[in-house]
Design a protein around this ligand. Structure first.
Ligand SMILES: *Cc1c(COP(=O)(O)O)cnc(C)c1O
Length: 376
């Protein structure tokens, strides 16, 4: 898709907002103030399809619409199937709810000892610190609470979450998510990070954020200085398509890794967006160019009204099979399903073991050739 990819071919610039001075464009608060939210905001820049117009009408009761000007520039306004467009512009199909879809598709509500903390695994917790995002993904796992379109009223006490982590000495790893933690003010973030830094049993803090992708302007010097004080901070970004890898994202990732932060990426496998090997290969190669390790590829959760975006898990297995051996091992994410009802993340792998008995294992390599390994 992008043969001989070079940084100079990556998207850059202010696009529709060429007249806006740099000091505004690169101010994250300007971007947030100028988010596109209503159908009229979008109609100023593009035509919407009948399906999208209906999508706007139902979104208010489901998951709000918001897109930063920066990210909107990546939308191909002439193509209703644009892979960026379909992630952030609502569709009438969101009102199709199938029987096995749920408001809480991975059963988080059942594993919350205190509001905001999901404690599912023995040694680590997910800490939800806000319900706001810079832009809203139409397939959001937490659309029950994120943006508050469904009146969830998320307002956990951060200090109660911190106390829970302090008291539970088995927790060594805290994953901040939400919503998007990087939309908190520097003061609030610094409060959370410095409290976590003081807890002896916390070895690692991770942030899950799509802000570098939606709002790279937020990753400014003052935020990087806060990050640099952290002993061991990792960041997972969320890129689904190579178009999202812009020059601004490249620079942001460089700044983050220069601040000592290891970077990973989590993608969601989405129908018509990234459900083929060529797109996925371009994406993971661009990620490596940005020093980002592709971490997880998620089968899309069973969120209400998302069936138009889901594919058969076999598609994901085929993609992983097409990558293994054919490209850098570091580039290959782990394909997982986050199991319904709180089962957690379960890995899915193509089958390379053809037979295993007490004497030998018969293996198939990436080219489909068989090899026997004797051990007894
Ligand atoms: C994804 C997740 C984690 C982190 O899982 P890793 O496999 O360690 O990245 C922790 N807690 C919850 C509830 C999660 O959903």
């Amino acid at each position: 898709m992008f043969p001989n990819d070079k940084l100079e071919n990556w998207y850059k610039g202010k696009g529709h907002w060429n007249d806006i001075p740099d000091h505004e464009w690169y101010d994250w608060k300007w971007q947030m103030r100028n988010c596109l939210k209503s159908k009229h905001d979008f109609l100023n820049f593009m035509d919407l399809t009948e399906d999208e117009l209906v999508g706007f009408d139902i979104a208010n009761n489901k998951l709000s619409v918001a897109v930063t000007p920066y990210f909107f520039n990546l939308v191909n306004t002439a193509d209703s199937n644009c892979p960026v467009r379909r992630q952030i512009i609502p569709s009438a199909l969101e009102s199709n709810v199938v029987s096995y879809e749920k408001k809480d598709p991975v059963g988080e509500e059942g594993s919350m000892p205190v509001p905001g903390i999901v404690h599912r695994y023995p040694d680590r917790v997910l800490f939800l610190v806000t319900d706001r995002c810079a832009s809203y993904c139409r397939y959001c796992t937490r659309s029950r609470m994120v943006s508050n379109a469904q009146d969830y009223g998320f307002s956990p006490s951060i200090d109660i979450g911190l106390q829970y982590i302090e008291k539970n000495k088995s927790i060594r790893d805290v994953l901040l998510s939400g919503g998007d933690p990087l939309l908190l003010s520097n003061n609030k973030l610094e409060h959370i990070l410095s409290r976590l830094r003081e807890i002896d049993h916390i070895e690692l803090v991770r942030i899950g954020s799509r802000v570098p992708v939606f709002l790279p302007q937020r990753i400014n010097e003052s935020l990087l200085n806060i990050f640099k004080q952290q002993k061991n901070l990792w960041l997972s970004i969320h890129v689904n398509h190579p178009k999202e890898c812009t020059e601004d994202l490249f620079n942001t990732c460089r700044n983050l890794s220069d601040a000592g932060i290891p970077l990973g990426n989590q993608s969601v496998l989405l129908k018509g967006i990234n459900d083929n090997s060529n797109v996925m290969k371009s994406l993971i190669h661009r990620l490596l160019m940005m020093k980002v390790k592709p971490y997880y590829l998620y089968q899309c959760d069973l969120i209400e009204g998302s069936s138009h975006l889901r594919v058969n898990p076999q598609v994901g297995l085929n993609i992983i099979h097409s990558l293994r051996g054919h490209t850098t091992g570091y580039a290959i994410p782990q394909f997982v399903i986050d199991a319904p009802s709180g089962g957690g993340k379960i890995p899915l792998n193509p089958e390379y073991v053809k037979d295993l008995d007490s004497e030998k294992i018969i293996l198939e390599n990436y080219q489909g050739n068989e090899y026997t390994y004797n051990f007894n």
